[in-house]
Write a protein that binds this ligand. Structure first.
Ligand code: 6GU
Length: 239
């Protein structure tokens, strides 16, 4: 997968993409990431990228020209038809399903504003997706785009080793993760549940599934509303 990011603060990305799993993913060529400062595309003398809002009011807006030109320059070098993703608190709430959908693409372009909003014509004519990572306001889309990039890249084939698998973790089955324990079996009198020491894999799987369901019901009942429960799960919920 190829990822392009258009941002006025490219330095925010240094370090983040160069650590741990993302670093290995880039080295293995599972993905490549290019950061572009769209100020470089401003066609005016002072490299301005923002201007006052028509109709008045406080604040400035990112103007269309630098962003249109930067997106078109990236598109020209792409064989795919990249989705153009605007990071904005007004966007579609991001979740694991959205990540799985984006992970199927060959090329993604992220548009990140900072402090300021975007001229509406950017939304109307070049953006295919608008994403928000939650109901709070950040100073810019950069951190949010890194959250999305991280969650997408870890789903790409070959990126996660056996240590961590994408399809056994939280949300892959629509439930929160069950409790987990490592050695010792008794720590300061706090004991690991017997079933996990039993060696009975069928019972262990059932215990884990039940605990996932219990934890989801307690902490995130909203997740159960949009999930189809199996007959077994319905039985457990009655207990
Ligand atoms: Cl994508 N951008 C900003 N600025 N704030 C946010 C966000 C995005 N998602 C949640 N809050």
């Amino acid at each position: 997968m190829r990822i392009d990011v258009l941002s006025l603060f490219p330095d925010m990305y240094t370090g983040v993409l160069e650590q741990s799993i993302l670093k290995k993913a880039a080295e293995s060529e599972a993905f490549s990431c290019h950061i572009t400062n769209f100020r470089d595309y401003a066609d005016n003398k002072h490299q301005r990228v923002d201007d006052y809002t028509y109709g008045g009011g406080a604040g400035m807006l990112l103007m269309p020209q630098p962003i249109f030109d930067a997106v078109e320059a990236v598109q020209k070098t792409s064989e795919a038809k990249p989705r153009v993703i605007m990071m904005t608190p007004q966007g579609t709430p991001y979740n694991q399903n959205y990540a799985e959908d984006l992970a199927k693409e060959e090329h993604l372009i992220f548009l990140c504003g900072h402090y300021e909003g975007f001229d509406e014509r950017i939304r109307e004519s070049i953006v295919t997706d608008e994403i928000s990572i939650g109901d709070y306001v950040l100073t810019g889309g950069e951190l949010a785009s890194m959250v999305v990039i991280d969650s997408v890249v870890r789903l790409l084939p070959g990126v996660l080793g056996n240590e961590v698998s994408a399809d056994t973790d939280s949300f892959s089955n629509g439930l929160l993760e069950h409790p987990q324990y490592t050695r010792p079996a008794d720590f300061r009198g706090m004991k690991v549940p017997d079933v996990l020491l039993s060696g009975n894999h069928k019972l262990i799987e059932e215990w884990r599934h039940k605990e996932s369901l219990r934890r989801t019901l307690l902490r995130r009942p909203d997740l159960l509303e949009s999930r189809v429960l199996s007959d077994k799960e319905k039985e457990w919920l009655k207990e």
